[in-house]
Design a protein around this ligand. Structure first.
Ligand SMILES: Nc1ncnc2c1ncn2[C@@H]1O[C@H](COP(=O)(O)OP(=O)(O)O)[C@@H](O)[C@H]1O
Ligand SMILES: [Mg+2]
Length: 483
C-alpha cells in the first residue's frame, strides 16, 4: 500500500500525540505508584514497631547483651533491621551490628527520621545506605518504655529500616506493564489512524486526479460521489463546475461559430452592392458618361446601390447595438393610435407604388394606451409594413390592427401577399435569412429586418407570432402591456 502524504501526516500526528500522552501518563503513574508503595511500607513498618513494643516489654531484661539478642532474633524473623536509640541519640542496640560493636556506632540524634520523630512522634527517611549501597527506608517512633520493670535502659526511639528493593522491583514491574500497554495502544492508534486516513486520502486522491484530468482538458471526467460528507460535497461541486464549464464552452463555441458566420455573411452582402457600384462607375469612366442614351441610367443605378449600401450599414449598426446590449430601451405609456396612424401615413406612398392598399382596421378603439419604447416600436412597424407591402401582390391589401387580449393588446400587420411556408417560418427571424433571395434583393431587403424586429419585441417581454399560408398572405402579431 502506497502511503499518501495526507495519510502520513494524519497517522504521524496521532502517533506522536499518543506517544506524548503515554509518556506523560507513564511518568505520573510510576511516580504515584512509588509514592503509594512507599506509604504502604511506612505504614507497615510503623505497625511493626507497635507490635515490637509489647514484645520487648514482656521479656524485659536490662542486660544489654540479652536485649541485643532479642532484637536480633526479631529482626531476623521479620527480615528487618531494628535499632534502639536513647533520648540522646546513643544507639543501644542494632540488629545488624554485633553486640561488641555497639558502643562504636555513631550518635544517631541528627538522623532526619530521629529529628522528625522527636517533633512528631514518628519520623521517616529514605537514603542510600553507605554500607550496602542500596536505598533504605527508615521509620522511627518515639516510644515510652518505662513500665513496671524499669525503663529498659532508656530506649527512647525504635527505628526500623527496610531496603527498598521490593518497592523498586514492583515499580519496575509496573513500568514494564505500562510500557506493554502503551505499545499496544500505540499500535492500535497507528492502525486505526492509518485506516481512517486511508479512507480520507483515497477520495481526496481521486478528486485530485480528476481535477488534474479536467485541467488537461478532459471535460467528461466525473468524480464518483460516495458519501454526503465534506469530501463528497467537494466532489459534487467539482462535478457541477465541470458540467457548467462544459455547457459554457459549448455555448461559447456556438457563439463563435455564429459570429464568424455573421462576419462571412456581412462581407458577402457588402460585396454585391460595392461590385455593382464599381462596375457602373467604371463603365461611366470608360466613356459611357458621354453616351446620353445610358449615362443617366447608369448614374441612377450607381446611386441605387449606394443607397442599398447605406441601408445595409444602418441595419448592421442597429443589430450590433442591440446585440452588444448598448441599446437601452425606454419604456413609456403612449397612445397606440397615434403611432399606428403615423406609420400608415408614412408608408402610404410606398404602398401606392406597389399597387397595394394599406389601411388601419376600421372601428379601432381610440385612446388605447400601451407600455413600450415608442421609437423602437416605430422601427418594428417600419420593417413589418415594408415586408407586408413588398412581399405582396399587385392589388393586394395590408391591414394594421389591434385588439384587447387577456388584459394586453395584440397588434397585427396582415397582408394578402406571397405567404411563408411553414418550414421557413421559424427561420425568417435569423439574420440574413430570406425565403427568396432574389426577390428580397429586388425589393431592397437586407435580410436583417425581422432579426431587428424579434430583438425589440423580445425586449418588450413578448414574441412575434406568424400565421401564414403560401399564396394567401401572412399575419405578423405581438402583444404589448396595456395601461
Ligand atoms: N410579409 C411577408 N410575406 C412573405 N414573406 C415575408 C414577409 N416578411 C418577411 N418575409 C420573408 O422573410 C425574409 C426575411 O425578412 P426580413 O428579415 O425583413 O429581410 P428582408 O426583407 O430584408 O429580406 C424575407 O426575405 C422574406 O422572404
Ligand atoms: Mg424586410
Amino acid at each position: 500500500m502506497r502511503m499518501r502524504r495526507i495519510q502520513t501526516r494524519i497517522t504521524l500526528t496521532y502517533f506522536l500525540l499518543t506517544l506524548f500522552a503515554f509518556i506523560a501518563f507513564a511518568i505520573v503513574a510510576s511516580l504515584a505508584t512509588q509514592q503509594h508503595l512507599t506509604n504502604q511500607k511506612i505504614a507497615e513498618l510503623s505497625r511493626r514497631i507497635d507490635v515490637i513494643i509489647p514484645l520487648l516489654k514482656s521479656e524485659i531484661n536490662n542486660d544489654p547483651a540479652v536485649l541485643h539478642r532479642q532484637i536480633r532474633n526479631l529482626a531476623l524473623a521479620a527480615d528487618l533491621r531494628i535499632t534502639l536509640i536513647d533520648s540522646t541519640g546513643v544507639v543501644l542496640a542494632d540488629s545488624d551490628v554485633p553486640f561488641e560493636g555497639t558502643p562504636g556506632i555513631k550518635n544517631h540524634l541528627q538522623r532526619p527520621e530521629i529529628q522528625q520523630a522527636m517533633r512528631e512522634n514518628i519520623g521517616t527517611d529514605m537514603r542510600l545506605s553507605s554500607t550496602v549501597n542500596e536505598e533504605f527506608l527508615y521509620v522511627a517512633k518515639t516510644v515510652d518504655m518505662r513500665g513496671a520493670n524499669g525503663d529498659l535502659r532508656g530506649v527512647k526511639f525504635i527505628r526500623l529500616s527496610a531496603h527498598l528493593r521490593d518497592i523498586a522491583t514492583m515499580a519496575k514491574e509496573e513500568r514494564i506493564n505500562i510500557l506493554i500497554a502503551g505499545a499496544v495502544v500505540l499500535v492500535l492508534v497507528t492502525g486505526i489512524s492509518l485506516f481512517v486516513s486511508h479512507r480520507i486520502a483515497i477520495p481526496m486522491e481521486q478528486i485530485a486526479d480528476a481535477v488534474e484530468n479536467i485541467r488537461s482538458g478532459d471535460l467528461d471526467t466525473r468524480i464518483e460521489v460516495k458519501e454526503n460528507d465534506e469530501i463528497g460535497r467537494v466532489a459534487q461541486a467539482v462535478n457541477e463546475m465541470v458540467e457548467k464549464l462544459k455547457t459554457d464552452i459549448v455555448q461559447l463555441k456556438k457563439l463563435e461559430r455564429v459570429r464568424s458566420e455573421f462576419l462571412g455573411n456581412v462581407s458577402h452582402e457588402l460585396r454585391t452592392p460595392i461590385f455593382s457600384l464599381q462596375g457602373f462607375l467604371e463603365t461611366l469612366l470608360e466613356g459611357a458618361i458621354d453616351d446620353t442614351a445610358v449615362n443617366r441610367d447608369f448614374v441612377q443605378k450607381a446611386y441605387n446601390h449606394s443607397v442599398r449600401l447605406n441601408t445595409l450599414l444602418g441595419d448592421l449598426i442597429t443589430i450590433s447595438h442591440i446585440e452588444s446590449g448598448e441599446m437601452k430601451m425606454s419604456f413609456r405609456y403612449f397612445i397606440l393610435n397615434e403611432l399606428l396612424s403615423s406609420v400608415v401615413e408614412e408608408f402610404t406612398p410606398t404602398a401606392e407604388n406597389n399597387k397595394v392598399s394599406l389601411r388601419l382596421a376600421p372601428n379601432l378603439p381610440s385612446n388605447v394606451e400601451v407600455l413600450g419604447d415608442k421609437e423602437r416600436l416605430h422601427v418594428v412597424f417600419d420593417n413589418l409594413l415594408e415586408n407586408a407591402i413588398k412581399y405582396n401582390k399587385p392589388g393586394g391589401e395590408v391591414i394594421v390592427s389591434f385588439e384587447r387580449q387577456n388584459g394586453k393588446v395584440r397588434l397585427s400587420v396582415a397582408d394578402t401577399g406571397v405567404g411563408i411556408a411553414p418550414e421557413h417560418q421559424p427561420r425568417i427571424f435569423e439574420r440574413f435569412y430570406r425565403v427568396d433571395r432574389n426577390r428580397s434583393r429586388e425589393v431592397g431587403g437586407t435580410g436583417l429586418g425581422l432579426a431587428i424586429v424579434k430583438h425589440i419585441i423580445e425586449a418588450h417581454g413578448s414574441s412575434v407570432q406568424i400565421e401564414s399560408k403560401v399564396g394567401k398572405g401572412s399575419v405578423f402579431s405581438f402583444t404589448l402591456k396595456m395601461a
